[in-house]
Ligand binder design. Structure first.
Ligand code: AMP
Length: 129
C-alpha cells in the first residue's frame, strides 16, 4: 500500500508545499514541533533513509540543505535542526525543525496553527528558496 507521503506526492492527500524538484518534495509537518517544521522526502518510496541508493540519499541531503537555509531566513530561530526518525511513516524523510530550545527537538510539545497560518508559513519559506 502506498505510504501517506506517496499519497501527498500523487495529490491524493493535500500538503503545505515548501519546495519541489523532479525527485524530492518538502512540505510542512502536519503536527509540528515548532513553527516551520518541514519534512523533506524522496519521491521514490523507500522505507528507511539509509536504505536509499547513495545518489538519492545525497540528493535528499542536498535538497534538505537548501530548504533548511530558506527556513532559517523565513522563521526566527537559533538554528535549524535535522532529525531522522521514521517510526510513524515508512517513507524515508528528514525533519527540519527551527530550534529555539531543546524542547523544540523532542517531539513531545507540539504547536498548533490554523490552515491559513500553515499556508502563510509554507509560502514564506518557499519565497526564500
Ligand atoms: P516519523 O515517521 O516518526 O519521523 O514521523 C512522521 C511525521 O510525519 C510526523 O511528525 C507526522 O506529524 C508527519 N505526518 C504524518 N502525516 C502527515 C501528513 N499527511 N502531512 C504532513 N505531515 C505528516
Amino acid at each position: 500500500m502506498a505510504s501517506v507521503f506517496t499519497k501527498i506526492i500523487t495529490g491524493e492527500i493535500p500538503c503545505y508545499k515548501v519546495a519541489e524538484t523532479e525527485d524530492y518534495l518538502a512540505f510542512l509537518d502536519i503536527n509540528p514541533n515548532a513553527k516551520g517544521h518541514t519534512l523533506c522526502i524522496p519521491k521514490k518510496e523507500v522505507d528507511k533513509l539509509f536504505d536509499l541508493e547513495e545518489s538519492s540519499y545525497h540528493g535528499l541531503l542536498e535538497f534538505s540543505r537548501k530548504v533548511a537555509i530558506a527556513i532559517e531566513k523565513a522563521v526566527p530561530c537559533k538554528r535549524v535542526g535535522m532529525t531522522v526518525i521514521g517510526l510513524e511513516v515508512p517513507h524515508a524523510h528528514v525533519h527540519l525543525i527551527p530550534l529555539n530550545t531543546m524542547e523544540d527537538a523532542r517531539f513531545i510539545n507540539k504547536v498548533k496553527f490554523d490552515n491559513d497560518e500553515l499556508q502563510t508559513i509554507a509560502n514564506s519559506i518557499a519565497s526564500q528558496l
